[in-house]
Design a protein around this ligand. Structure first.
Ligand code: PBG
Ligand code: ZN
Length: 323
């Protein structure tokens, strides 16, 4: 008779039959870079996470590299916002300058540049706005321009998070035209209109000034529709796709993995991080246990890479386990 417990009887056996693993190589650490000097400003709703000015960013990047984490995802907080999000595609903007600094000092760190307008627009939407409507096609050249500017500054991967239709094609065409055929596009393809982005919007000062993002981000009820988003983005030239948020959408992750042969990336978002931190601070959960369990869940759902604010802690815990 099958006795399931036979293979659980000791640590060695459990280690040997383990189906999934979290690897440090697959972790991506999101970093907030702010305009200004000598800034290391804690994000209240994300304990342990700070905004850094470029001069102090190396402190955090040193910790990243020391932890063994090899990739960062950059978000910018500009000094000034305007209607058209100029700071997003200004060659002298916060992100291109941060990228150039990283390129000079951290040769091996993989730099992924998030591309969106919402941190840079006065209205806080991810696209241009006219008469209260978020414009699609008019936004595309700006996203393409930002992508080229970041690639020129030295970004390794371009990651558009705006959810405008046809942006991948527009960005791919622009990158190729400028000689960046080898820069991959990591598309936020299945990005849902989620309450879990709240803390991020505090961190990036990117909350929409009116309305919400439901005319461009996906309805949380729609799993099958996510496959159409992915199909389109891949047809337009995306190299990898993100499912986001991660915890409440692991079914979507799994469906994408089953349908398409590209790397699927889980974005363990700010609200998910905040909940873990809050429960931990209250002594209600064991942080290490539930973080590693969440990350393992993404792997079980078929994700390859994982974008997570827990990256440095997780890397440390994984290293400790090796010893
Ligand atoms: C902006 C952007 C958001 C996130 C990544 N890029 C927020 C949003 O769409 O409102 C969310 C990340 C997180 O919550 O950790 N386009
Ligand atoms: Zn945005």
């Amino acid at each position: 008779m099958d006795r399931m417990r036979r293979l659980r009887m000791n640590e060695t056996l459990r280690d040997m039959v383990r189906e999934n693993h979290v690897r440090v190589d697959e972790l991506i650490y999101p970093v907030f870079v702010a305009e200004g000097e000598n800034i290391c400003h804690p994000v209240e709703s994300m304990p342990g996470i700070c905004q850094y000015s470029i001069d102090r960013l190396p402190e955090e990047l040193d910790r990243t590299v020391d932890a063994g984490v090899r990739a960062v995802l950059l978000f910018g907080i500009p000094a000034h916002k305007d209607e058209v999000g100029s700071g997003a595609y200004d060659d002298d903007g916060i992100i291109p300058r941060a990228i150039r600094m990283i390129r000079e000092r951290y040769e091996d760190l993989l730099v992924i540049a998030d591309v969106c307008l919402c941190e840079y627009t006065s209205h806080g939407h991810c696209g241009l706005v006219r008469d209260g409507e978020i414009l699609n096609d008019e936004t595309l050249p700006l996203l393409a321009e930002a992508s080229v500017v970041y690639a020129r500054a030295g970004a390794d991967i371009i990651a558009p998070s705006d959810m405008m239709d046809k942006r991948i094609g527009a960005i791919r065409t622009a990158l190729d035209k400028e000689g960046f055929q080898n820069i991959p596009i990591l598309s936020y393809a299945a990005k849902f209109a989620s309450g879990y982005y709240g803390p991020f919007r505090d961190a990036a000062h990117s909350a929409p000034g009116f309305g919400d993002r439901r005319t461009y981000q996906m309805d949380p009820a729609n799993g099958r529709e996510a496959l159409r988003e992915v199909k389109q983005d891949l047809a337009e030239g995306a190299d990898m796709v993100i499912a986001k948020p991660a915890l409440a959408y692991m079914d979507v992750m799994r469906e994408i993995v089953n349908h398409y042969n590209v790397p699927v990336v889980a974005y363990n978002v700010s609200g998910e991080y905040a909940m873990v931190k809050a429960a931990t601070a209250n002594g209600w959960v064991d942080e290490k246990k539930i973080v590693m369990e969440n990350l393992l869940g993404f792997k079980r759902a078929g994700a390859g890479m994982i974008i997570t604010y827990h990256a440095l802690d997780a890397a440390r815990w994984l290293r400790e386990e090796e010893r």
